[in-house]
Design a protein around this ligand. Structure first.
Ligand SMILES: [Fe+2]
Ligand SMILES: [Fe+2]
Ligand SMILES: [Fe+2]
Ligand SMILES: [Fe+2]
Length: 432
């Protein structure tokens, strides 16, 4: 089914206020929920946080009283939606379990977007970020085992591989190096725009979650691991948001935010099999259609522009979740040595100049050891191997992947070596 969101009225904003009992629903059962229902719930929380935060920034810099009043009404609703969606998380789902969910979102969402992105350049940036979140999932999986004794597949359900990616200690760049070339708002397709608005929201919320929860563990190495990866997520927000055209007007951005919410809720509704969640997605899709009407009317009134010129006349699908192992393995085997060239493009490790600005950052941040390397040292000391959930063939490739993915010029003093991996992959994998 496809429809033109601009022709749907949805539910008017004045009818979107709900009771506290409807806002705060019973959480899902963490033992029973499908992993992709959980990824949808995690992503939609990020979408709502971005919608709410954007509207506060909008109101702080937009002069028109009527627009500010309308935005204040729908912003309140965004916040109530965020509570509903985020608080579907059960209290018994640990921070690390939720963290594995966040990185599963990042890996499988980015892989989906890369394959459904009409702009080749934007796709190349998705492929860059993909291998970094993939490595985060690997590092956090070790901690989930060491702290809670769990199999990463309790959360991932066998849909996403857990194996070394581009080593996290090499994700730390000079922020200027992360800045990409933005799309042209006049020629980029609505799909490109919605894909980016979706992923920026997801990465931003991942950053926020680590920033707010990493301190909830007492272990210093784990706290530092959260600190290290939180900072990479900050780089990811910088990288992806730099692809968005900064010439979009505030009202154009408002329209794109509401359109992104319509598309993501529609995609969730279409894919969802859990009845309780499906009901939420359906109701909130109708809310967002109401918000889109407001944004569309404001754009017509203040800029005399046709919203269809910006968002087109049909829905797009920015967040379909399904197994992406084949795609991810292909990028892993071919792009693990890919690096930012500092000019909005990419190069490989062997072609990096001696004065590459990111070396200076890594030299400082990893100077006393990289927590994400310490993670592997600790699990190796404890059980003589790392926790991997991937085919035996892919697991055997870890030493080779590390040899190609690690920057020879810049390694933390506690780096786990290729020889360490050669030894670890000889051990029979753990049976959970
Ligand atoms: Fe919303
Ligand atoms: Fe990540
Ligand atoms: Fe990320
Ligand atoms: Fe909205």
């Amino acid at each position: 089914m496809t429809f033109n969101p601009l022709e749907e009225k949805g539910i008017p904003v004045e009818k979107q206020v709900r009771s506290w009992h409807d806002i705060v629903k019973r959480p899902f059962d963490k033992h029973d929920i499908d992993c992709y229902s959980r990824t949808r719930q995690i992503l939609m929380n990020g979408i709502e946080v971005e919608a709410w935060n954007f509207k506060h920034n909008f109101s702080r810099s937009f002069h028109d009283a009527e627009a500010r009043k309308l935005i204040s009404l729908s912003r309140r609703i965004e916040d109530m939606q965020q509570t509903t969606v985020n608080w579907l998380t059960p209290a018994c789902q640990s921070v690390l379990e939720t963290t594995l969910g966040y990185e599963q979102v990042a890996v499988d969402l980015t892989a989906w977007l890369a394959q459904n992105e009409p702009d080749e350049y934007v796709k190349s940036v998705y492929d860059m970020g993909l291998l970094e979140d993939f490595d985060h999932l690997y590092r956090y999986s070790q901690w989930a085992y060491m702290v809670h004794g769990i199999d990463p597949d309790n959360i991932l359900q066998g849909m996403t591989d857990v194996v070394i990616g581009r080593p996290t200690q090499n994700h730390h760049n000079c922020s200027g190096v992360r800045l990409m070339n933005h799309y042209d708002r006049n020629t980029a397709s609505p799909q490109t725009k919605v894909n980016l608005y979706t992923l920026v929201s997801g990465e931003q919320q991942t950053h926020n979650f680590y920033a707010e929860h990493g301190m909830m563990y007492a272990n210093d190495d784990l706290r530092r691991t959260y600190g290290e990866i939180c900072d990479v997520e900050e780089e990811h927000v910088t990288m992806y948001e730099s692809l968005i055209d900064p010439n979009e007007t505030p009202l154009e951005k408002l329209l794109l935010h509401e359109f992104t919410e319509v598309c993501t809720y529609y995609n969730c509704y279409k894919d969802e099999e859990n009845d309780k969640l499906k009901q939420v997605w359906e109701e909130f899709l109708a809310f967002e259609l109401g918000h889109l009407q407001i944004a569309s009317d404001l754009l017509k009134k203040h800029e005399k522009r046709d919203p269809e010129e910006i968002i087109g006349n049909k829905i797009v699908l920015p967040c379909h979740f399904e197994e992406q192992k084949e795609y991810v393995t292909n990028i892993l085997e071919n792009e693990i040595d890919k690096r930012h060239d500092g000019k909005g493009g990419f190069t490989t490790i062997e072609n990096l100049p001696e004065d590459w600005p990111s070396y200076r950052i890594q030299d400082i941040t990893n100077g006393k050891g990289a927590p994400t390397e310490q993670t592997i040292r600790l699990i190796d000391t404890s059980i003589g191997m790392d926790i991997v959930t991937a085919s035996p063939k892919l697991r055997k490739k870890e030493p080779d992947l590390l040899a190609r993915g690690l920057e020879p010029e810049m390694q933390a003093p506690n780096t786990v070596t290729v020889e360490d991996y050669e030894r670890m992959v000889e051990v029979e994998p753990m049976e959970f």
